[in-house]
Structure formats: structure tokens, C-alpha cells
Design a protein around this ligand. Structure first.
Ligand SMILES: Cc1cc2nc3c(=O)[nH]c(=O)nc-3n(C[C@H](O)[C@H](O)[C@H](O)COP(=O)(O)OP(=O)(O)OC[C@H]3O[C@@H](n4cnc5c(N)ncnc54)[C@H](O)[C@@H]3O)c2cc1C
Length: 443
């Protein structure tokens, strides 16, 4: 299926869902009801990465002015600063909640990024497909089960053998795997910069660089003070899209977010591997050549905020590639061109968070009865901290999830229809963890 047809299919699906939510009302248990606000004229965002870029892009298209506060001198210096990132959905064998979200997010991401390209905002990318290579027996069995269950359309993901894989990759491979033909790679830093450039054309975006917000404090009129070491900015509505750095900001630090450090290694392109024509995922990933380099990686270090490059982590990335796919390249440490370490912001259930910041203390008071009866029908809407929103926890798939999450946040803020159903909205809601903890009597 061509991208155009798929885009139309996605658009139709969105229209169907929109019809189900014409008044933008979420019907369900009280704690699933998202707060309604009057569409504001202006919002402030703490960010600079793909999350904030998508939110700013979509809000300004709704006529909302945006001021972005970004720690660094230019945007896209955090996790979204990698040379190359893969764009692909997380798909399990069965159609579970997490896969349903990522497949919808994937099509939406492709639609939005293509729109940007069509509008003349260019960034390095290739929609060259992605091969999840079955390099060991357990993965071959997984591939077999995937085929048997056949939960997903073949246009999205299908099984290929080693000959088909070699033909697609344009180099000899010893294994087949699961192939996602519409996936590919993107230069995230270029993408984010172009999203902000496109947003600037509305004349509704102001970027305040070199501003580190150290603290946020609510005024008695429910507006916000954003404090740096030397200045205070007053803003009515605040959205925190600070990636792993969000964890340091009160009250965002009450959410179950963790930082996972990752290092990517850029390798010089040479001989056979320069012909690689698709992204390969093994335990890590290997991307096709761009500007004379391939990216390999990445490492995962839980609870680390350290972004210093470590030689042993480059060695790990090389070792992981050579162990999973022996003989595919003849790379040695001398072939390392550069490396970068950045922080992923993770949630316990691997789904991101988008929506109003919950008032967690009030949740415990209001919904205490969930400890006794998980099906109790509460009518009371979720208590939130007024005028404070988050879009974070994008984990290792921010390129895929950010556009759909930004659609949801734009719907929260502008009152436009939600692009996902009620169940998915709650699965992405920042208050889902406290509700689950109450039901499980963990608190
Ligand atoms: C090694 C590695 C490899 C990855 N590979 C992939 C991949 O292949 N595919 C994929 O989809 N995803 C990948 N990811 C994940 C992806 O990079 C993230 O999900 C995504 O970049 C998160 O975007 P973000 O905007 O939430 O955060 P970030 O990009 O980290 O942006 C946060 C921004 O907020 C600013 N900020 C934070 N706090 C403050 C403050 N207090 N004041 C002012 N400004 C502040 C920061 O300066 C930064 O600009 C990878 C991540 C890593 C680390």
C-alpha cells in the first residue's frame, strides 16, 4: 500500500473517532474525565525537543500563541539531538493496548512529518523500512508466532526470510525477521529544528533560549511563576515537555518517571556496509549510511543523569552488534567517529504521559473507595493542578509517539475532538498510576 493510501486510511479512522467524540466529552469513570478549559490565547512550554516541537506546531495552528523556555542556546540538544533515530512502532504479537497506541502513533507521525516535508521543511530521513532481525532461536520462534497470530496487516509488518531480508537490506544477511516497510530513520535534531521553523512562520512562537527553569510556583490566581536563578516569568498556562529533566521539577517529580541514559556510537561507513538499505534492529540497532556515518546503539543505564560519553559504552555497542550479527561489519574501535549520551524519560508501563497534571493528594482522598471496590462508579472528575500540563515519558520511541500525543494535548487545551478513544486516553493519562496503585492497595 502506498503512503498516500495509508494516510487516507488513517485520516478516515481519525474522522470516525472524531465523530464518536464530537463534544470532546470523555464518558466513563470520574477519574477518566479530563478537565475542560476555555481555549487560551497563549501558553508557555518548558522544552526544546520533539515533544515540545510537536505541541508548539499544533497549538499555533489552532491560533494559540506559544512561548518556549529552553535550557540551551538552541533547540534539540536533549534526547532529540541524536544524529539518527529510527521511526517505527512497538508491536507485540497480540493487539494489546501498547501496540495499538504505537501503531496509531506511527501513522500519525508519518503523516505529520510528510506534511512538513511537503511544506518545504527538509530534514534528513529515509522511509527505507526496518528489519527486526531474528538472529537467535527464541526470536525465530517469536517470528513464527507473529505469523500464526497474524494480528497486524501485512502493510504494517510482515515476516521475511533471509533471502528476502538480504534483498531488502542490499547486503547478505544470515537471518530473516519481521519487516516494517513504512518505517525508516530520521535525523531528529534536523526534524525538531524544522518543526520549530515551520511553527515560526505563524508568527505565534517565541523561543526563549538559555533559560533554565529551576522552579515553578502557582500564584493565588492559578497562574504560574517560572523561576530561573535570576528571573521570574509569569505565565497563565504551562506545559512541561522537559524530557528526563522534567523529573527534577516539582510537582512533576511526584509522577513515576525515571531517567535512563543511552549512548549512541557513530561509525564510519566503509565497504560492504555502506550499501545497507534498511534499518536493522537486533538487541540494539544499526542504521544505513548518512553523511558518511552509521549509528549503532544504544546502551540503557537506569536512573542515570550522566551525559558524559564513556569509551566502554562505545565498546559495548560494538560488541553487541558483533555478537548479534557476527561478520556483518569489520568495524573496530578505530572506526568510531563520535558518540553521544542522552537521557530517555521512562514510565513504569512504557506508555508516555499526556494531559493535565493530577493533584495526587486529592486523588487519594477522592478515590479512596477504589481500595475496596475497583468498579465503584465515581462521577467526580479527576482533581488536577490547574493550568499545568505534561507531555513526557516518551521513552525510547519519542519520534513515533510525539505527534499523536501532541494531538491529544491540543484537544485538551483547545477543546477539539480527541484522536483516540477513551480507553487509550486513560492509558496515556498522568493519573493512571495513582488510580492503579489505589486499586492494587499499594497506597
Ligand atoms: C540513546 C538514545 C537513542 C534513542 N533512539 C531513538 C530512536 O531510534 N527512535 C525514537 O523514536 N526515539 C529514540 N530515542 C528516544 C527519543 O530521543 C526521546 O523519546 C525523545 O527525544 C524525547 O523527546 P522530549 O522532547 O520529550 O525530550 P528531550 O528531547 O530530552 O527534550 C527536552 C527539552 O527540554 C529542555 N528542558 C528540560 N528541562 C528544562 C528546564 N528546567 N528549563 C528549560 N528547558 C528545559 C531540554 O533542554 C530539552 O531541550 C532515543 C533516546 C536516546 C537517549
Amino acid at each position: 500500500m502506498t503512503l498516500t493510501l495509508i494516510t487516507i486510511a488513517v485520516a478516515n479512522k481519525m474522522i470516525n473517532i472524531k465523530q464518536n467524540h464530537q463534544q470532546n466529552k470523555v464518558v466513563g469513570k470520574g477519574y477518566q474525565i479530563r478537565p475542560h478549559i476555555n481555549k487560551p490565547q497563549h501558553v508557555a512550554i518548558i522544552g526544546g525537543g520533539i515533544a515540545s516541537a510537536c505541541v508548539a506546531y499544533l497549538l499555533t495552528r489552532q491560533g494559540v500563541k506559544v512561548t518556549l523556555y529552553c535550557k540551551e542556546g538552541t533547540v534539540a540538544q536533549g534526547a532529540s539531538s541524536n544524529a539518527i533515530g529510527a521511526l517505527y512502532p512497538l508491536l507485540h504479537q497480540q493487539k494489546d493496548d501498547i501496540s495499538e497506541f504505537y501503531q496509531q502513533a506511527f501513522w500519525r507521525a508519518k503523516q505529520l512529518y510528510q506534511e512538513l516535508l511537503d511544506d518545504g521543511f527538509k530534514f534528513s530521513h529515509q522511509w527505507c523500512g526496518l528489519l527486526d532481525i531474528a538472529y537467535k532461536d527464541s526470536l525465530k520462534k517469536h517470528q513464527q508466532r507473529f505469523d500464526e497470530i497474524a494480528a497486524w496487516p501485512k502493510e504494517l509488518i510482515h515476516s521475511i526470510d533471509k533471502n528476502q531480508a538480504s534483498a531488502i537490506a542490499n547486503i547478505r544477511l544470515d537471518h530473516g525477521g519481521l519487516f516494517i516497510p513504512e518505517a525508516g530513520w530520521i535525523a531528529p535534531q534536523e526534524l525538531v529544528k524544522q518543526l520549530f521553523s515551520a511553527t515560526k512562520t505563524t508568527n505565534l512562537l517565541k523561543i526563549e533560549n538559555n533559560i533554565t527553569i529551576k522552579e515553578i510556583k502557582q500564584n493565588s490566581d492559578k497562574s504560574w511563576q517560572l523561576k530561573t536563578d535570576t528571573k521570574i516569568y509569569n505565565e497563565n498556562i504551562l506545559i512541561v515537555c522537559g524530557g528526563a529533566e522534567s523529573i527534577k521539577i516539582k510537582p512533576i517529580n511526584q509522577l513515576p518517571l525515571t531517567s535512563v541514559r543511552g549512548q549512541i556510537t557513530s561509525m564510519t561507513s566503509k565497504r560492504e556496509i555502506s550499501k545497507l538499505a534498511t534499518v536493522i534492529c537486533h538487541k540494539g540497532y544499526l542504521t544505513p549510511e548518512n553523511n558518511g556515518i552509521h549509528c549503532i546503539g544504544a546502551t540503557f543505564d537506569k536512573n542515570s543523569f550522566d551525559t558524559e560519553v564513556k569509551t566502554e559504552h562505545d565498546q559495548y555497542n560494538l560488541r553487541m552488534l558483533n555478537e548479534c550479527l557476527p561478520g556483518l561489519t569489520d568495524w573496530h574501535e578505530d572506526d568510531i567517529v563520535s558518540a553521544k549520551a542522552r537521557l530517555r524519560c521512562m514510565t513504569p508501563d512504557h506508555l508516555p504521559m499526556v494531559g493535565a497534571m493530577p493533584n495526587l493528594t486529592a486523588h487519594v482522598d477522592h478515590y479512596a473507595h477504589l481500595r475496596k471496590d475497583k468498579n465503584w462508579k465515581f462521577t467526580e472528575p479527576a482533581p488536577v493542578i490547574d493550568n499545568l500540563y505534561v507531555m513526557t515519558g516518551l521513552g525510547a520511541r519519542g519520534l513515533c509517539s510525539a505527534p499523536l500525543l501532541a494531538d491529544i494535548l491540543a484537544a485538551d487545551i483547545c477543546g477539539t475532538p480527541y484522536p483516540v478513544d477513551n480507553k487509550m486516553l486513560f492509558n496515556l493519562s498522568p493519573n493512571r498510576f495513582i488510580i492503579r496503585d489505589l486499586i492494587k492497595r499499594k497506597i
